[in-house]
Design a protein around this ligand. Structure first.
Ligand SMILES: *[C@@H]1O[C@H](CO)[C@@H](O)[C@H](O)[C@H]1NC(C)=O
Ligand SMILES: *[C@@H]1O[C@H](CO)[C@@H](O)[C@H](O)[C@H]1NC(C)=O
Ligand SMILES: *[C@@H]1O[C@H](CO)[C@@H](O)[C@H](O)[C@H]1NC(C)=O
Ligand SMILES: *[C@@H]1O[C@H](CO)[C@@H](O)[C@H](O)[C@H]1NC(C)=O
Ligand SMILES: *[C@@H]1O[C@H](CO)[C@@H](O)[C@H](O)[C@H]1NC(C)=O
Ligand SMILES: *[C@@H]1O[C@H](CO)[C@@H](O)[C@H](O)[C@H]1NC(C)=O
Ligand SMILES: *[C@@H]1O[C@H](CO)[C@@H](O)[C@H](O)[C@H]1NC(C)=O
Ligand SMILES: *[C@@H]1O[C@H](CO)[C@@H](O)[C@H](O)[C@H]1NC(C)=O
Ligand SMILES: *[C@@H]1O[C@H](CO)[C@@H](O)[C@H](O)[C@H]1NC(C)=O
Ligand SMILES: *[C@@H]1O[C@H](CO)[C@@H](O)[C@H](O)[C@H]1NC(C)=O
Ligand SMILES: *[C@@H]1O[C@H](CO)[C@@H](O)[C@H](O)[C@H]1NC(C)=O
Ligand SMILES: *[C@@H]1O[C@H](CO)[C@@H](O)[C@H](O)[C@H]1NC(C)=O
Length: 451
């Protein structure tokens, strides 16, 4: 059943440990009770805007207006996962970290193929601290099964998938891995933290430790975020990845563009020449601005790549933020990230579903009975969960994330760590590995290291 392939070893510095990873497709049986929402099928970008207007209107609770019923969803779906472990396992009681990404990302959030992987969370956790990791594409996203973006792909169904993965790791039935893990830690980012929290409420025995990054309990700035995103249909925003354009059509467009560029695949060069032909004179700097920071860049994303991905033909209820300027506002702190990595994250971004937007901030129990240790790690300048400053509490608490302690009345330990000079997308900031070391050391201090 499992599709397995062994990854090459990651970078080695002399004598240091290196991770060994496998790609696995894991069939899971989902069973979740969740909302049935009634929203008209979005026909185009303006309907997505109407949805955002409905959702952010302070005079109504659109989640409640659209909620018509509840239903139990079941079915067997695929979760795409990557399992990593140290090449040299010294003990008999290894700890596995289950890594759940947030909106706009997939499992590669934890191991970004950029700058020789020097932003990799997995490299720090596995190579430097001896943990094993399982990073998953959430149900509905990336290479995991897709589904109805309104009434199937919602938080409860995704948590159900996470729960099934967790039970397999506990039982030693996770494909290609013969360890029955006694220590399982759940590490989330953003919506992945929401889901890790929900898992601990669903079954507090499922996890031995929670690390919730890019998160607080304060939902004040979710409407601000949705407004910033200016959501469009994913299939229109990046048609070559999310639409239904045929590969041959893309190749035709590519060779046509290529004729302008005379063998040059740089789109700035190609557009400069093409615009000159029709008498439009725009500076190269301005052309670069349009391609890099506006939706123009999203629309042509992939057109100049020699290997084009198979377009996913996503239903219109899969949305995405409009462009890289919206990306920076929500995820990145200017001056503290590499522009090339920011642009890479825009090119490789993943969509968000209507059902996820409805269930991101709604329906969570106010407390979890979980009785193990809890750590929150949020960037000081996080916009989505701190409005741009996690320390601006008006003196009522140490930080906005620290106020989430009330949700964990039975936790054996609680820490809210504020990572300096960092926005919401922790992994894209220069000092991301600084935060990753804080997390691993805290896990060791809680007796949750591999042994
Ligand atoms: C595993 O998947 C990653 C993408 O997530 C890909 O880059 C890599 O080549 C795959 N490895 C193998 C051996 O197929
Ligand atoms: C927005 O709200 C209006 C008024 O309730 C409703 O008629 C319409 O279907 C909603 N549209 C979307 C896309 O949410
Ligand atoms: C809005 O409605 C949803 C669904 O009924 C509910 O879970 C949520 O608590 C409501 N939000 C507020 C702020 O009342
Ligand atoms: C899951 O993946 C397998 C191949 O790995 C495929 O045969 C099966 O149809 C997939 N199931 C779903 C629900 O996509
Ligand atoms: C296992 O022990 C060797 C030798 O001491 C060490 O180099 C390696 O880093 C250890 N591996 C882990 C996962 O701790
Ligand atoms: C999904 O699969 C494709 C094709 O194998 C691969 O190029 C891509 O990196 C994968 N993405 C993820 C997030 O696994
Ligand atoms: C792409 O989707 C549109 C809208 O659903 C449809 O009209 C068109 O036939 C599709 N094109 C291809 C090549 O599948
Ligand atoms: C495609 O164009 C973009 C924007 O000019 C450029 O950054 C990228 O390197 C190009 N890709 C290829 C494969 O040439
Ligand atoms: C905390 O533990 C106590 C004693 O086991 C239990 O009664 C209580 O319900 C728990 N709190 C939560 C929020 O579950
Ligand atoms: C969210 O944080 C802001 C800023 O500190 C504060 O004014 C507000 O009361 C908080 N809301 C909740 C629900 O904690
Ligand atoms: C990765 O390397 C680049 C270039 O040396 C450096 O600017 C950046 O800070 C590094 N990032 C991390 C997370 O180590
Ligand atoms: C990087 O992060 C670590 C851990 O939070 C912190 O101690 C250090 O001061 C940070 N460095 C900079 C330059 O912000």
């Amino acid at each position: 059943m499992a599709v397995l392939s062994v990854l090459a070893l990651a970078l080695l510095s002399t004598g240091a440990a290196a991770k060994v990873c496998t790609n696995v497709t894991v069939p899971v049986d989902i069973n979740a009770r969740q909302g049935v929402f009634d929203v008209p099928v979005l026909q185009g970008n303006l309907d997505a805007t109407t949805f955002a207007q409905n959702f952010t209107n302070i005079g109504r609770n659109f989640t409640d207006d659209a909620l018509v019923d509840y239903q139990t969803v079941t079915g067997r779906y695929n979760i795409s996962a990557k399992f990593c472990r140290p090449d040299q396992e010294n003990g008999t009681n290894p700890t596995v970290q289950v890594l759940t990404h947030g909106i706009g990302f997939d499992k590669s959030y934890w191991d970004i193929p950029f700058n020789a992987y020097n932003y990799s969370y997995i490299d720090v956790a596995v190579d430097d601290y001896g943990f094993s990791t399982v990073s998953i594409d959430r149900f509905g996203i990336g290479n995991s099964s897709k589904g109805d973006p309104l009434n199937l792909i919602q938080a409860p169904a995704e948590v159900s998938a996470l729960y099934e993965i967790t039970k397999m790791l506990r039982a030693g039935t996770f494909p290609t891995v013969d360890t029955a893990f006694k220590k399982i830690v759940h590490v989330g980012h953003s919506f992945g933290s929401v889901q890790s929290y929900l898992l601990s409420a669903l079954d507090p025995t499922a996890t031995d430790g929670l690390v919730l990054t890019g998160w607080s309990l304060n939902a004040t700035w979710l409407p601000l975020t949705l407004a910033d995103w200016n959501v469009h249909l994913a299939r229109l925003n990046q048609p070559l990845r999310f639409g239904n354009i045929s590969t041959s059509a893309v190749q035709q467009a590519y060779s046509y563009l290529d004729s302008f560029g005379a063998g040059n695949t740089d789109l700035v060069e190609i557009l400069d020449r093409a615009l000159a032909l029709v008498g439009i004179d725009i500076s190269r700097q301005d052309i670069w601005e349009e391609l890099a920071t506006t939706e123009v860049g999203d629309i042509v994303n992939g057109v100049n790549e020699t290997v084009t991905p198979i377009p996913q033909d996503l239903p219109t209820g899969y949305l995405t933020w409009v462009d890289f300027t919206a990306n920076q506002f929500a995820f990145l702190l200017p001056g503290f990230y590499d522009l090339a990595l920011g642009l890479f994250s825009e090119r490789t971004k993943q969509p968000v579903t209507l059902g996820e937007i409805f269930t991101l901030g709604n329906g969570a129990p106010p407390t979890t009975p979980f009785s193990g240790p809890v750590q929150i790690v949020t960037g000081r300048q996080d916009v989505i969960y701190c409005g741009g400053d996690c320390l601006a509490t008006g003196g009522v608490a140490e930080s906005i994330p620290a106020m989430a302690q009330m949700a964990f009345p039975n936790a054996s330990a609680f820490e809210a760590y504020i990572q300096p000079n960092t926005g919401h997308g922790i992994n894209a900031h220069y000092n991301s590995t600084g935060a990753y070391h804080v997390i691993q050391q805290w896990l060791l201090s809680q007796g949750l290291g591999s042994s």
